[in-house]
Design a protein around this ligand. Structure first.
Ligand code: SAM
Length: 229
């Protein structure tokens, strides 16, 4: 089956800009205390509930976010569509595992992960494909597993034919938190947390509110105590 044209375009775009975009994208986290606090809280929840806190960052790009999660005690690896981004991440964070993969079709067993993070990667998936992607996230998470999503808030799509001096064809979808919550819930997640923060003044490239959602796959119910009563 041929892949959707937007996946080919996204892969090509990030392959072209990997070496130039990785530094600025990576620096964004250094400048965003709330984002780091949220990642740390997410890591703590995953560790609290899962003795084996196996976590994957999907769309891991430069690798800095996965590396940050690793310093907060998660057994984390990164998956990215772009070979060039994976090469950058491997070189920069050799202590974290990174591999090429695609979020619609993860090379991960059913119910195997304690945590999954999509940190500004769902923004490259058009609305009609988001339910299938969140269903894929639900498939790979264990009962009680957590998902963390980060995205720019809005209802428009920014299209770039040029980025960092390279010819690309990249779409960045801004997302409506209400719509993403509805898609998360339709995929079977319960909402744990929702945060919308104002843009950081120094993030000139994304001067819009930033949205963060944490969802949790329902934990398995303990079977009713036998002989009770
Ligand atoms: C804006 S960057 C975010 C990088 C990183 N997560 C961060 O913390 O900044 C988006 C990344 O998602 C990746 N990506 C986009 N669509 C993807 C898909 N369908 N499957 C896997 N990765 C994807 C891109 O290659 C790119 O590296």
């Amino acid at each position: 089956m041929t892949e959707p044209a937007y996946l080919t375009a996204t892969r090509g775009g990030y392959d072209a800009i990997a070496e130039s975009c990785a530094g600025p994208f990576r620096a964004a986290l250094d400048d965003a205390p709330l984002d780091r606090a949220l990642l740390a809280a997410f890591a703590e929840m995953v560790r609290r509930d899962h003795p084996d806190p196996l976590t994957v960052e999907v769309g891991s790009g430069h690798g800095g976010t996965a590396a940050y999660l690793a310093t907060h005690g998660l057994s984390v690896s990164g998956i990215d569509l772009s070979t060039a981004m994976v090469e950058f991440a491997r070189r920069t964070y050799p202590e974290v595992g990174f591999r090429v993969g695609e979020m619609h079709n993860l090379d991960i067993d059913d119910v195997s992960l304690a945590g999954l993070v999509s940190w500004y990667s769902l923004i490259h998936v058009p609305e009609h494909d988001r339910p299938a992607v969140l269903a894929e996230f639900e498939r790979v998470l264990r009962p009680g597993g957590y998902v963390l999503l980060a995205f720019q808030v809005g209802d428009d799509t920014l299209h770039f034919d040029e980025a960092f001096g390279h010819e690309v064809s990249l779409d960045f979808h801004r997302l409506d938190p209400d719509a993403v919550v509805a898609t998360l819930e339709a995929a079977g997640f319960g909402l744990v947390a929702r945060l919308v923060r104002a843009p950081e003044a120094r993030h000139a490239a994304a001067p819009v509110p930033q949205g963060f959602l944490i969802g949790r796959k329902p934990a398995e119910q303990a079977s009713a105590a036998s002989g009770a009563g």
